[in-house]
Design a binder for this molecule. Structure first.
Ligand code: MN
Length: 199
């Protein structure tokens, strides 16, 4: 059973003006589709064919780089689309906010720390808010690595993620990654983040 490209949960232009329609279309239909197809090609005939993506990522250090890169790309983009929405809450609430406040001092401090992780990731990669037990921690990973991988420096359950590959922002923001990350905060799906935090 091959992995399937998940449909975008909204229209290409739904996140305008923060994320433009052309970027969304290319990002999903070309980049995410390629990770999905290349993952399927890489696992065909191997011992991990038929396993869940979570199981594959949990033991990724035993796999060739094609499965690491494309398995990460497949999982990370599935997650990323779900973590954004048009017209969502402007900030987190409930137990998620309580945990953010107790960990980082305030939502504003969290936002600054997450943004710093996104801006200081050299080259292509991701910034993460990761749940470890009842705790929260911010991290970043190179390429398509993620916190579910056994080889990640900071392991846990990803609850928020931002893609800082240039393909995620270059058409609209060119080299201005700070403007893109700032815009991203306008389309975060805090209900989905809270759901993943609750586990
Ligand atoms: Mn991407």
């Amino acid at each position: 059973m091959a992995f399937e490209l998940q449909k975008l949960p909204y229209a290409y232009d739904a996140l305008e003006p923060y994320i433009d329609a052309q970027t969304m279309e290319i990002h999903h239909d070309k980049h995410h589709a390629a990770y999905t197809n290349n993952l399927n090609a890489a696992i065909t005939g191997t011992s991990v064919e038929g396993q869940s993506i979570e199981n594959i990522l949990a033991k990724i250090s035993a796999q060739p780089v094609a499965i690491r890169n494309n398995g990460g790309g497949f999982y990370n983009h599935n997650l990323f689309w779900e973590l954004m929405t048009p017209g969502g809450a402007k900030s987190p609430g409930g137990n998620l906010l309580k945990s953010i406040n107790s960990t980082f001092g305030s939502y504003q401090n969290f936002k600054e720390a997450f943004t710093k992780a996104a801006l200081t990731r050299f080259g292509s990669g991701w910034a993460w808010l990761v749940k470890q037990g009842d705790s929260l921690v911010i991290s970043s990973t190179p390429n398509q690595d993620n916190p579910l991988m056994d080889l990640a420096d900071i392991k846990g359950t990803p609850v928020l993620a931002v893609d800082v590959w240039e393909h995620a922002y270059y058409l609209k923001y060119q080299n201005r990654r700070p403007d893109y990350v700032d815009a991203f905060f306008n389309v975060v799906n805090w209900d989905e983040v809270a759901k993943r935090f609750k586990g």
